[in-house]
Design a protein around this ligand. Structure first.
Ligand SMILES: Cc1ncc(COP(=O)(O)O)c(C=O)c1O
Length: 391
């Protein structure tokens, strides 16, 4: 069980706002903020490289923390700028050939889909969208039936950016393993919200970000690559951190996933990310998932009871992202009006997930995303305020 009073004490931001934008960027906890500030101050007072040396043990610890979070090994982790960059290293690193096929979902994230389209055009590969079940998740039977000897990659999200559903990642993993097809999982919205184990899921590559449900600083993310997958990827870019320059005409790829990193990085954000991961691990991902699912269900119930509010989440298992709209009020206005009253939500537009938005026939939706430090009172306040807006 989460000690809500204690986590709120650790989260000074809750004094200023009722924060329901955890799928955008959550509120950092005090230990994360203090770590980032201490390192920045040390850089300010003593020099950046010297500070990095002083924090070397902490920097190395970030890999251990992330490996623990996903159930992988530390050599399988690369810490990069964000989840998109992590995902790009995995996807663009695949050695696609003309005629290859990539299988994905209807709810795929915009950044990923644009990359499919670019490589589809450039290399002549087909991007095929697996249909949904009646409840909105990727249809496992359809996925299995679409695999051919041309299928080079299965690439799905665990939870879409603007839909509260949880995709059945472990079932996808079973299909991928049976067929011997690599499986890339975008876990950006589920990491920090629920337990994730790459062995149970059976994925080969997984990507995530710091600032969302993990509550770390902005500007940092990571890629996990299964050891046996590493040499199937051709790194899209290299520097002398990703590869050793061994001679006038030679270089050697760095062992492990750190070949997907580059040399310069924001040490304060990286170490702060590690502290955020440890914070989530200390609370326990099972407890976080219990509370996040409970709070999201409360919020759906409250919003669903308002005349003029439509809920848009699908899924048998629903998580912390709650999508809705209010009749006659633009989602951006809902966001702005709530913000004026000290309530943070965000809104998502069609470009973030074109197929999913077109299916719903909407251009944008409000996204309210809960996290364990939110309270029932905050939810009641959000519901009341939306109710007034809906009149
Ligand atoms: C499902 C999903 N994947 C990937 C990303 C990209 O994460 P980042 O902004 O850290 O690159 C997002 C961000 O909203 C997301 O929702």
């Amino acid at each position: 069980m989460i000690d809500v009073a204690a986590v709120r004490l650790d989260t000074p931001g809750v004094e200023n706002v009722a924060h329901f934008n955890n799928a955008g960027a959550s509120l950092m906890s005090r230990p994360v903020y203090e770590t980032v500030s201490v390192i920045l101050e040390e850089e300010y007072l003593c020099g950046g490289y010297e500070t990095a040396r002083a924090f070397e043990v902490d920097i190395q610890g970030v890999y251990t923390s992330l490996a623990t979070l996903v159930g992988g090994a530390r050599d399988e982790i690369a810490v990069v700028e964000n989840a998109t960059v992590a995902w790009q290293h995995a996807f663009y690193g695949m050695r696609f050939q003309s005629g290859d096929q990539v299988l994905t979902t209807t709810t795929e994230y915009g950044a990923n889909f644009v990359a499919y389209l670019q490589i589809g055009e450039r290399k002549g590969i087909s991007i095929d969208v697996v249909p949904d079940t009646a409840t909105g998740e990727v249809d496992i039977a359809a996925l299995a039936s679409m695999i051919t000897d041309r299928t080079k990659l299965i690439s799905i999200n665990h939870m879409p950016t603007s839909n509260g559903l949880v995709n059945p990642a472990a079932d996808v993993g079973r299909v991928a393993r049976d067929a011997g097809v690599p499986f890339l999982l975008d876990a950006c919205q589920t990491l920090g919200q629920m337990p994730i184990d790459v062995e149970e899921i059976g994925c080969d590559m997984l990507t995530g970000t710091s600032r969302k449900f993990l509550r770390g600083p902005r500007g940092v993310g990571f890629l996990w690559v299964r050891d046996s997958m590493l040499d199937q990827l051709d790194p899209i870019v290299l520097d002398h951190h990703a590869a050793e320059w061994t001679g006038r005409l030679t270089y050697a790829l760095r062992p492990g996933a750190r070949r997907f990193e580059n040399w310069e990085t924001m040490i304060a954000a990286k170490v702060g990310f590690g502290v955020a991961v440890d914070y989530a691990l200390d609370l326990g991902l099972d407890s976080i998932w219990d509370r996040d699912s409970y709070l999201a269900a409360e919020l759906r119930q409250g919003l669903g009871a308002i005349d003029g509010v439509t809920l848009h989440d699908r899924g048998t298992v629903k998580g912390a992202i709650v999508m809705f709209d209010v009749d006659g009020v633009e989602p951006v206005r809902v966001r702005d009006d709530l913000h004026e009253q000290g309530i943070n939500v965000s809104y998502s537009t069609r470009g973030s997930s074109v197929i999913d938005f077109d299916r719903r026939g909407v251009e944008s939706l409000v996204r309210a995303s809960v996290h364990y430090f939110n309270t029932e009172d905050e939810i009641a306040r959000l519901v009341r305020t939306v109710d007034i807006l809906a009149r």
